[in-house]
Structure formats: structure tokens, C-alpha cells
Ligand binder design. Structure first.
Ligand SMILES: Nc1ncnc2c1ncn2[C@@H]1O[C@H](COP(=O)(O)OP(=O)(O)OP(=O)(O)O)[C@@H](O)[C@H]1O
Length: 826
């Protein structure tokens, strides 16, 4: 540690500085105590506006999934914030275990714990989900197999019963605590209890390794439920295919594997999340999009909020809410730090800002009046205690000084005893200078400068700079001074003056810190008592932030409120693709009528690049957005609530899955056939193109017929194909309709109109116009012309005409060889 000193005549005291200025623990074992604190450079300003110093809120989650007899139980914990979640037990069917996959996507765990004894289909699905996510750069997750005794029901129950939560009744006995837990946990959900118990036991044993805290033990700040019961099931391929999410690998390869190493490409999530005002809103948007719901009441509630904020007269309220929303943070993360006594001043300020602004948001919602259930819920939220907490914090904490001092600092006037100590401390600097000056006068003339320092346990010391080289132990003795130790160029002595200072001021500084820490702990206890209410309000604020963000997007792009119904219908008037319309000025809108009367199976044909895929994705996205509670890009839309959306759109070969593109196609199709019901939407783009024409056609026709044979129970199907004779191989039923895309040929050039129309000829007249598309894509004219020749030959069953260039080259070569043979002496 560097020590500097000044001539006592010009200045007085030397301050030792250390980097551990934020340590609030009075029992700190730092060898040098800080008298004057160095100002930290990157501290956020008092309004919390400068966010650069905030550590990135990494949230690592450990997930336990336990599936027996087709029932899935799960629990997970966020390591940094101590939040526990338990899944309401749910039926999850083999072989795909769709709900586990949804849960996995929602949780994004860094570690999944499984029963080591269970090697069945469930474990295979978990492995596949984890490896697929890894291959798609959605983060690397570890699989851990636990011994099956870790899942023993009795053991799990015992561990759960000893769980301690801040929300439990104060001074509760073991029995009371167990009773309290029974009110928030359903012990009859055995799989969930297996999962939660195993998770707690694993965390107990591995906490040091997981939290990097050698002496700590897991502490949980909350226990909440998650439910997947009302989720509209959308598989990972569909999320990617429809571009709801589009994680792109981070360019820095070394970062791969760490969570957050991928960034979001153009996607619905990107479009919506960039309009959120807070980090909690941003994270909540991901959950919202991963949880499209079938619950009409929830959707109606969300739509009401979106509609409210889309009205221009509510712009000012929207702006005010958004500016308050910026300060609302995840309180669990902050309180975990506060509890561990490692909170920095900006985190205290963040907590205060969160409290203050969350209460303010409730009040602002009051001014919205009768604007739907959700806003009324916020307006009537009982926030009296939270308001009081904000007042306490503001009365007690000196945020400005905390920032400069780099530690929790109490305002004057809160505690008289503390104020006295601070006054003594304030006079200390002068006192130390005076004492140093007196000591210097007493010292031999060869000592030119000295300084007064304070060190914990040793008290006040006089630091004297070495006055000559190679001093012996005897030389270092000074009259009336007790030699203590030498540190670099300074020798430290205990003088009479130092002893007097020890008596007069003593350990004032550590006492101040200890005092402030006691006050801080009292405040923390109070805060933890109301954590549950605060966390609930923060959750509501996060959802409000998402809904406001959705309303901003909907307003900007003129989305309309879809009518939601329980009937089997998808009716879209002038629908648009929400992402293409952003990049394409002249996007052509299209309709869709899918119902029992209008036919629910649509077979789309049309030339390459005529707009089939975009049309199908646009329908998928409109349906999906309606299930999120968003408005949709159309002039009008009616959407019957669906339970599944399956797609076979994208089939990128996956190294981790050990499957070819064709096998992936088949897997997606098999899953769609298995899972789909009359309340499903199935989008199939060019199924069968990965194999021979006849095999592909046969497979497609067989799959289609399987669906058509279901009659009324057939799902909504949108299928694009280049098998123009598909109509010859499928059952003829009124539920099938053929659609095609319009185009015109102008001076040998194909112009796509991107308009969809009913095709009474059943796709027979459609042409792929692949060569036109190839030419438009920049393939050499010569190659395109040759392809035309070959095509004619195939149609006429003759040999293709010779290629003049190749023939010419061949003739020249033959001539060359002939001449060589004639001239060479063989
Ligand atoms: N409705 C539309 N309005 C304007 N442009 C469109 C529209 N639909 C599609 N496009 C444009 O046409 C391009 C090709 O569309 P799409 O991929 O849907 O064709 P496709 O018929 O599926 O082709 P292929 O059969 O080769 O897969 C898109 O990238 C987009 O630029």
C-alpha cells in the first residue's frame, strides 16, 4: 500500500486509502482502516441515471425436472436473487414432452438436474432439448444426474419443511413454519415436491461452488408458482421459424457458452422489447412471448391496456409512467446484496427509486380511471407500507454522502448518538494535524517531516519518514517514542500524543460504521418484511411496461385489436407480416379465411419467390400475436383460441441432434401429426423437398390424407408446395382449398404481385418459374438457358441438345490430342 506524507507545517494528516471502501461490515479484517474515502469514479448519480457502473444482472438458474407416469414436476432457483419457483404439476406426454421444452425455454437454466436412475424417454428429450439449445447458440447448459435417493419423497418433504422464507410469520416455530408452507405449497403434487426437495438439497450441498461464497448458505427470498396449464404450445423450431426470437451467435467466439453471449437479430422479441422502458420489462417481455396463453380473460385484460395506451389522449400518462418505469428494478437482486451486507450505495438508491417509482406508477394508474381490470388492479394496489418504506429510506439514508463515501451513510438528525460521533470525527482532522505539529517540534532536528495515521487495533500512530539510509535498530529508536513497525520509507511510532488521541477519539470511525450498519440492518429487516408486496408490485410494473411497449409498436404500425373467440376460425383481412412490413415499403397485404365453412386446409402453390412462405409466416405470427394479447397487423382479424402452433418451415441441420435436414423435416412433421388437434395451426413449407420427387410427394400426400381423414377434427393447415399434382393424391373434401399467388409476365420477365387468390384449378396451372427466379437471383443467362434446354428434353423424354460451348471446347481438345498422336514418335 502506498503511503504519502506531507510536511506537517504545510499540511497535517496522511490518509491511507484502500479499495475496500464499500465494506460495511464492522468486523472487517482490513489491516488499514480508511479515514478519508476516495471518491469512486463510476458511482451512479443520485437520480440513478448513470447506469454504467451497475453490474450486468446475470441471472443463473438451476432447474430440476422430474417426470413420472406422464406428470411433470419442476422447480428452479435464481442463484443471484434467491428466488425459488415451483411448477404446478402438469401432464406432459411422451415422446416429445412439449411442456418441458416450453419450460426449458422460459427458464433458460445454466444447469438441469435429473434423476440418475431414470434413463427413459424423458431424459432423452431433456438431453435433446439441452443440446439443441446449445447448437442454436441459446446458451450452454450443464446436465447433472443426481442419485435417486436425493429424490426420495420423505427426504424432500423434510427439506421443504425446513425451508425458511422472509414472508413466513415472525418468530415462527418449526410447526408454524411447516403450516405456513402448506398454505403456499401443495404437498399432494408429488412430482413437484420431489423436484423442489431435490433442488433444495442440491443447493445446500453445492452452494459454495455455485455462489462462489465459501461460508454462505443458500437463502431464499421468495417462493412462487409457475403454471404452464394455459400455455399455447409453440415448439422451439416454430419460435425460430416465425422469427419470434432470433438469437445470433456473438462474434467473439471465446465468449461462446456464457449466457448472454448471443445477441438478438431481427425478431418479434427485438421489435417489442426495444420499446420497453426498464430492464425488468425487457426480461418480462421474453417470458410473455414464451408464454402465449389460451386464457381469454388474461388476453382481454392485456388488450384493454394496449388499447388504452394507443389512444392519443393518454400519451402524456404513458410518457410519465415510462419515465418512472426506468427506475423500477428487480428488488430480489438488490435485497440479496443488501442481506449479504455487500450492497453498494447505488443499489440502495436503486431500491429507493424502485419503491418510490412503483408507488408513483400506482398513483398514475389511478388517474386512468376505469380503463380495464389490469390498470384498476395497479390503481387499487395496497402500497401504503411501500410508501412508508420509501419515506423511511429517504429520512435515514444520505444518498449524496453515501455516494461520495462509497458506503451506507446515515443522514444527520436520525440518531443523536451517531451525530455526536460524527462531530468528533469531523474535528479529528484538525486534531490530528495539531498533534502531528506538536510531535514534530519534540522530535530531533534531523526528522524533517511526520504524519499522523489511524490503524484499526493499533490506534493512532506517528509516521516518520526515514531520515537516513541503512539505519540500525538502535538508530530507529527516538526519544519518548515507542517503535511499532516500519512500512517502506516510513517508521511508525506510538507517541504520547498518539496515546492521548487514542483516549480522546478512540475508535470513532469504526464505531460510526458499526452504528450505521446497525441502522442499516434494522432498515433491511423492515424492507424484507414487505418484500413480498414490493416484489408483487414490481411484477405488475414489469407487465405494464411490456404492455405499454406492445401498445407503442401497435400504434406505430397501425395494428388492430383482434376478436378472440372459442370457435374454430381464423379470419384475417388485409393481414401483413409484422417484420417484413418494417423493411418493405410496398408490402402487399392478404386475406385468409380458415373455418369449417371456408375450408381449414389451404394448399398454396405458386412460382418461386411469389410470397408463399411470407404469407404463411404472416398468418402464423398474427395468430401468435393474438395469443400474446397484442394487436395484429391487419385491417381486421378474428382468431379462435388455439392450443398448438406447429410449423415445418426451417430445417437447418443440427450437429448436436445428429440429424440430416430431411430427418429434421420428418421429426417436425411426425410431432405435428401426433400433437395437433382441431384447435391447432399447422404450417408446412415445402415438406418432402429433401428427398426424391416421388418419395417426397408420396410422403406429403400420406401426411395430408392423415389430417384430412380427421374430418371436422382436422387442424387449420397452411401448406406450400411445388408438387403441382398433389391434388391427384389427396382425398377430395370441401375442407381443402387451393390458393395460388398472382404474377404477370412482362417482356419475358416475371413480375410477382404477391396477391393470394383461390385457385379453382387446384394448382395444376401453377408453374414454378424457377428459371425466372434463378435469373432474377443473378444466375448466368447461359446456365439458365441451358437449364431450359434440359427441361424441354425431360418433358419430351429426349436427349438434351448439345451445349455449343462445351462441344466447341471438346472438339478443340480432340483436335489437340489427334495432332499430338500424329506428330509424336510413338
Ligand atoms: N406480400 C408481399 N409483399 C411484398 N413483398 C413480398 C410479399 N411476400 C413476399 N415478398 C417478397 O418476396 C420474397 C420471396 O417471398 P417468399 O420467400 O415467401 O417466396 P416463396 O414463394 O416462398 O418462394 P420459394 O417457393 O422459393 O420458397 C420475400 O423475401 C419478400 O421480399
Amino acid at each position: 500500500m502506498e503511503q504519502s506524507s506531507k510536511d506537517v507545517t504545510s499540511a497535517s494528516v496522511t490518509h491511507h486509502s484502500t479499495n475496500n471502501t464499500n465494506n460495511l461490515n464492522p468486523n472487517s479484517s482490513d489491516s488499514h482502516f480508511v479515514i478519508a474515502n476516495c471518491r469512486r469514479n463510476n458511482e451512479p448519480n443520485i437520480n440513478g441515471q448513470q447506469e454504467t457502473t451497475e453490474e450486468t444482472e446475470i441471472e443463473e438458474r438451476v432447474l430440476v425436472a422430474y417426470c413420472r407416469s406422464g406428470r411433470l414436476g419442476a422447480a428452479y432457483c435464481t442463484l443471484q436473487t434467491g428466488e425459488l419457483y415451483v411448477l404446478e404439476e402438469i401432464v406432459d406426454r411422451p415422446p416429445e414432452y412439449q411442456l418441458f421444452a416450453s419450460l426449458y425455454r422460459q427458464v433458460e437454466p445454466v444447469c438441469v438436474l435429473l434423476d440418475g436412475k431414470n434413463q427413459g424417454a424423458f431424459v432423452q428429450v431433456v438431453k435433446r432439448t439441452v443440446f439443441d439449445a446449445d447448437a442454436n447458440d441459446e446458451g450452454r447448459c450443464k446436465l447433472v444426474f443426481l442419485s435417486s435417493k436425493e429424490y426420495s419423497f420423505e427426504g424432500c418433504k423434510r427439506r421443504i419443511s425446513s425451508l425458511s422464507l422472509p414472508t413466513e410469520p415472525a418468530n415462527a416455530s418449526d410447526e408454524e413454519r411447516s403450516l405456513y408452507l402448506r398454505t403456499i405449497l401443495d404437498f399432494s403434487q408429488t412430482q413437484s415436491m420431489h423436484a423442489l426437495g431435490a433442488l433444495l438439497r442440491y443447493l445446500d450441498l453445492n452452494w459454495a461452488k455455485l455462489s462462489m461464497d465459501l461460508h454462505g448458505k443458500p437463502e431464499f427470498l421468495s417462493l412462487r408458482h409457475i403454471s404452464l396449464a394455459d400455455i399455447m404450445s409453440v415448439d422451439g423450431d416454430t419460435y425460430r421459424g416465425l422469427q419470434v426470437f432470433a438469437a445470433q451467435a456473438h462474434p467473439a467466439a471465446f465468449k461462446r457458452g456464457a449466457r448472454g453471449s448471443s445477441r438478438e437479430g431481427l425478431s418479434l422479441f427485438q421489435l417489442y422489447s426495444r420499446s420497453t422502458s426498464s430492464k425488468i420489462g425487457h426480461s418480462r417481455m421474453r417470458v410473455l412471448l414464451q408464454h402465449p396463453t389460451t386464457d381469454l380473460a388474461t388476453l382481454q385484460r392485456r388488450q384493454d391496456v394496449v388499447a388504452y395506451f394507443m389512444r392519443p389522449q393518454n400519451d402524456a400518462l404513458c410518457r410519465n409512467i415510462c419515465s418512472s418505469m426506468r427506475y423500477v428494478k428487480n428488488v430480489h437482486g438488490i435485497l440479496a446484496k443488501i442481506k449479504a451486507l455487500s450492497a453498494k450505495p447505488y443499489q440502495w438508491k436503486s431500491l429507493y427509486n424502485t419503491l418510490y417509482n412503483a408507488v408513483l406508477i400506482c398513483e398514475m394508474c389511478e388517474s386512468a380511471g376505469k380503463a380495464g381490470e389490469f390498470l384498476e388492479q395497479l390503481a387499487s394496489f395496497d402500497n401504503t407500507k411501500l410508501y412508508e418504506m420509501a419515506l423511511y429510506m429517504n429520512r435515514i439514508i444520505d444518498f449524496d454522502l453515501s455516494k461520495t463515501e462509497g458506503k451506507f451513510t446515515v443522514k444527520p438528525g436520525v440518531d443523536p448518538e451517531l451525530d455526536m460521533k460524527k462531530q468528533t470525527m469531523a474535528s479529528l482532522h484538525g486534531l490530528m494535524s495539531d498533534t502531528a505539529r506538536v510531535e514534530l517540534a519534540r522530535l530531533p532536528a534531523y526528522v524533517r517531516e511526520c504524519s499522523m495515521v489511524y490503524m484499526p487495533h493499533l490506534g493512532y500512530l506517528l509516521g516518520v519518514r526515514l531520515w537516513a539510509d541503512n539505519l540500525s535498530a538502535e538508530d530507529k529508536e527516538l526519544p519518548d517514542m515507542k517503535f511499532m513497525f516500519q512500512n517502506n520509507d516510513y517508521i511508525h511510532y506510538k507517541s504520547k500524543g498518539c496515546e492521548e488521541l487514542d483516549v480522546v477519539v478512540g475508535d470513532t470511525y469504526p464505531e460510526i460504521v458499526a452504528h450505521e450498519t446497525r441502522l442499516m440492518l434494522r432498515l433491511t429487516t423492515l424492507l424484507l418484511e414487505h418484500l413480498h408486496t414490493l416484489a408483487e408490485l414490481v411484477q405488475l410494473c414489469a407487465e405494464l411496461d411490456c404492455l405499454i411497449a406492445i401498445s407503442k409498436v401497435c400504434k406505430e404500425f397501425n395494428f388492430v385489436r383482434p376478436t378472440l373467440t372459442t370457435e374454430k376460425i381464423i379470419s384475417i383481412k388485409q393481414g401483413k407480416h409484422p417484420l417484413y412490413m418494417l423493411t418493405c415499403d410496398s408490402f402487399v397485404p392478404n386475406d385468409l379465411e380458415s373455418s369449417a365453412q371456408a375450408g381449414c386446409v389451404k394448399i398454396l402453390t405458386g412460382p418461386n419467390s411469389s410470397g408463399k412462405s411470407v404469407y404463411m409466416k404472416q398468418v402464423g405470427l398474427i395468430v401468435y400475436l393474438a395469443h400474446v394479447g397484442s394487436f395484429v397487423p391487419a385491417e381486421a382479424a378474428t382468431v379462435g383460441v388455439l392450443r398448438h402452433v406447429h410449423t415445418r418451415i426451417q430445417s437447418t441441420e443440427c450437429v448436436a441432434a445428429h440429424m440430416s435436414a430431411f430427418l429434421i423435416d420428418l421429426r417436425q412433421m411426425a410431432l405435428a401429426l401426433q400433437e395437433s388437434s382441431s384447435s391447432s395451426l399447422l404450417i408446412v413449407d415445402e415438406f418432402g423437398k429433401g428427398t426424391s420427387y416421388s418419395d417426397g410427394l408420396a410422403l406429403l400426400a400420406a401426411c395430408l390424407n392423415t389430417l384430412l381423414f380427421r374430418g371436422e377434427a382436422c387442424p387449420h393447415v397452411l401448406l406450400a408446395t411445388h408438387y403441382l399434382n398433389i391434388h391427384e393424391y389427396i382425398v377430395h373434401t370441401p375442407i381443402v382449398r387451393f390458393l395460388s399467388f398472382e404474377y404477370v409476365v412482362q417482356e419475358d420477365e416475371v413480375v410477382f404481385l404477391f396477391r393470394v387468390r383461390e385457385d379453382v384449378a387446384g394448382g395444376q396451372q401453377a408453374a414454378s418459374l424457377a428459371r425466372a427466379a434463378a435469373a432474377a437471383a443473378g444466375l448466368e443467362d447461359r446456365v439458365v438457358a441451358r437449364a431450359g434446354g434440359v427441361m424441354d428434353a425431360v418433358v419430351k423424354n429426349t436427349l438434351p441438345p448439345p451445349d455449343k460451348r462445351i462441344t466447341k471446347k471438346l472438339n478443340a481438345r480432340v483436335e489437340q490430342i489427334k495432332n499430338k498422336l500424329l506428330t509424336d514418335d510413338i
